[in-house]
Design a protein around this ligand. Sequence first.
Ligand SMILES: *[C@@H]1O[C@H](CO)[C@@H](O)[C@H](O)[C@H]1NC(C)=O
Ligand SMILES: *[C@@H]1O[C@H](CO)[C@@H](O)[C@H](O)[C@H]1NC(C)=O
Ligand SMILES: *[C@@H]1O[C@H](CO)[C@@H](O)[C@H](O)[C@H]1NC(C)=O
Ligand SMILES: *[C@@H]1O[C@H](CO)[C@@H](O)[C@H](O)[C@H]1NC(C)=O
Ligand SMILES: *[C@@H]1O[C@H](CO)[C@@H](O)[C@H](O)[C@H]1NC(C)=O
Ligand SMILES: *[C@@H]1O[C@H](CO)[C@@H](O)[C@H](O)[C@H]1NC(C)=O
Ligand SMILES: *[C@@H]1O[C@H](CO)[C@@H](O)[C@H](O)[C@H]1NC(C)=O
Ligand SMILES: *[C@@H]1O[C@H](CO)[C@@H](O)[C@H](O)[C@H]1NC(C)=O
Ligand SMILES: *[C@@H]1O[C@H](CO)[C@@H](O)[C@H](O)[C@H]1NC(C)=O
Length: 626
Amino acid sequence: MFVESVVRWGSWSALLLWVGVATGGTPASSSPWPCPPRCSCHQERLEANCSSQHLSSVPEGFPRDTRLLDLSRNRLKTLARRGFLGLSQLRQLDLSANVLSMIEVEAFQGLPGLQTLLLGGNRLKILPVGAFSGLPGLRLLDLSRNEILVFLDHTFRELGGLRRLEAGENDLVFVSPRAFSGLAGLAELELDRCNLTSVPTEALSQLQGLWRLRFRRLSLSALPNDSFRGLGRLRELSLSQCPRLSALAPNSLLGLNLTSLTVARCNLTAVPYAAVRHLVYLRHLDLSHNPIAVVRAHLLGDLLRLQELHLVGAGLLRVEPGAFRGLARFRLLNVSANRLSTLEEAAFHAVGSLETLRLDGNPLACDCRLLWVVRRRLRLDFDGRPPACHTPVRAQGRGFRGLSEAELPGLFTCRPARILNRKPQEARVEEGHTALFSCRADGDPAPAISWLTPQLAPLSPTGRVRVLPDGSLEVRYAQVQDSGTYLCVAANAAGNQSFSVGLHVRGFSSSSSSSSFSSSSRNRSSAFFSEGWAPPSGNPAPANGSAQGAGPFPFDGKTLVIAVTMGSLSFLSSVVICFVFMFFWSRSKGQLKHTATIDFVPRPAGGASRQGGDRFETGRFTMKLI
Ligand SMILES: *[C@@H]1O[C@H](CO)[C@@H](O)[C@H](O)[C@H]1NC(C)=O
Ligand SMILES: *[C@@H]1O[C@H](CO)[C@@H](O)[C@H](O)[C@H]1NC(C)=O
Ligand SMILES: *[C@@H]1O[C@H](CO)[C@@H](O)[C@H](O)[C@H]1NC(C)=O
Ligand SMILES: *[C@@H]1O[C@H](CO)[C@@H](O)[C@H](O)[C@H]1NC(C)=O
Ligand SMILES: *[C@@H]1O[C@H](CO)[C@@H](O)[C@H](O)[C@H]1NC(C)=O
Ligand SMILES: *[C@@H]1O[C@H](CO)[C@@H](O)[C@H](O)[C@H]1NC(C)=O
Ligand SMILES: *[C@@H]1O[C@H](CO)[C@@H](O)[C@H](O)[C@H]1NC(C)=O
Ligand SMILES: *[C@@H]1O[C@H](CO)[C@@H](O)[C@H](O)[C@H]1NC(C)=O
Ligand SMILES: *[C@@H]1O[C@H](CO)[C@@H](O)[C@H](O)[C@H]1NC(C)=O
């Protein structure tokens, strides 16, 4: 809607110019158009050009109907009060690239029709209030490339018609709260390369009509809440080259209804999901050149109308499946020059809407995960830079566009995850000891290994029961309630496989069951330091931790009596959990084929422990009676 009005204004001014040429220009007159020395004048265009003439003062004697006066690249130092009086038809005045350090109050008085005033590339440090008075028709004011330090209150007071103010590349350190008062019509503001350390929120809130705001080189470290309050009509916001800016507060963009947001070349370490989620009209998001490693799943779904995401040169490692879920209109993804090894189809809501993809400059692994890109290689717009394979070696450097149909079956394939060394693993350890289960898998791409607790909750790399970096499961300071069946899942894009292991933690022997039981709720790490149990690779011999002599389960009558008399809920609940698990476990025997070809045998390996297995069964039965 605003675009429309700008366009309308544009055609109106063109019309005005045309009318001016037709009526006021007296083109029929044969008398030469007066022109000051060292200037060249074009009567037909009503232009006077005195550019690059070493002028140190504004010449006199310009034709009164001059529309454009070019005084750029001279040596003008000051502009005197009412220095342009008489040029009432002037539309554009170019004073850029002089050495102006002073503009007197009312310097531009008498130029009611002036629309464009160019003062860029001078040495202005301060703008006196009133310097721009008498310019009600001014549309564009360029103050960039000066040395302006502050914008004082009411500097632009009388510029009610100003649409665009360019104030980039100054030394701005302060913008006074009322500096922009009176600029009700300002649509575009550019404050590039300023030395501001905060967003001049108060001053900006005067700009009710602002539509596009560009900041560059602010030295902010975080964008505070409500930074842009009062800018309800702002549609395009760009913050760039803010090397210290590492966070946008969750409410920093509150009150804005943007269609385009750029936060580029800053120090953001994550996509500012919380700050942008209310921007439901956002179409263009550019977070390029920030150290963002991951685009997380399901966090951008609120940006219903998002069409373009640019995340160039961000060191991006992963785009999680589901990252663009909900973005039905998503059509351009620019992630060139990152560290992505793949980009899965599952990241998108629907790849059918994707038109442009820049994936070049990434170490791409050409396996089945990228098959969707190859299949669309002739339809997708790669913006002139088709992606190329980094691995496997035989495809290294091959561009996607150049691949023939015949080659595809050999490339872009995956091998499903496969768990190696699927020998049954079962550990019997005493309370307080450590148990270790290995789980190694291969496949292409390399599978991710995860472990599930007997309750089927995923385990993390931290905590007492944790997954080690090599994929092993470690249970430290084992407790009786840790007993149960743990599941290792190896998964890659081509499939997954799982494998279960059993852990039996034995409580303390009956002779000291009372004291050991009470100690089970205390910190035992110092008293019982771990005696690791690790399955010897390739050899399923019983582990060191397995207690061969004593019964595998400590649920003898005495312990139970103590448990009951103490009313220990935690003890009972762990017994119940153990029991429930063993129940399912025994039922699932031989029925795990859909996830893996595991032959899980819930008994200690080796014939010597056959007895232990029997006793185990007995133990279960006893518990069932409880
Ligand atoms: C004025 O003349 C200079 C060269 O002398 C040229 O570069 C500049 O574009 C001219 N200005 C206009 C407004 O035509
Ligand atoms: C503004 O920043 C520029 C570049 O960082 C620096 O040269 C200049 O001295 C700064 N000006 C002030 C007033 O701090
Ligand atoms: C910003 O707003 C959020 C949400 O209201 C609030 O949790 C946070 O404390 C605020 N931060 C500051 C610096 O005021
Ligand atoms: C960018 O952020 C990192 C930590 O997130 C910090 O160590 C670094 O100093 C920041 N860079 C700048 C220029 O502030
Ligand atoms: C937000 O902007 C969109 C597009 O510019 C517009 O259609 C919508 O009405 C605006 N919403 C509000 C609440 O201003
Ligand atoms: C992607 O980003 C690069 C670097 O910013 C830019 O040059 C290119 O034009 C962008 N491509 C598209 C299609 O936007
Ligand atoms: C394993 O595969 C099955 C079916 O193929 C799937 O439902 C399940 O979510 C997968 N699990 C993991 C962890 O990938
Ligand atoms: C247990 O005790 C050890 C040594 O006394 C101590 O280092 C450790 O932090 C304690 N752990 C807990 C969970 O209290
Ligand atoms: C098993 O026990 C023997 C002797 O008791 C010891 O030498 C060996 O290192 C132990 N193995 C493991 C894996 O702890």
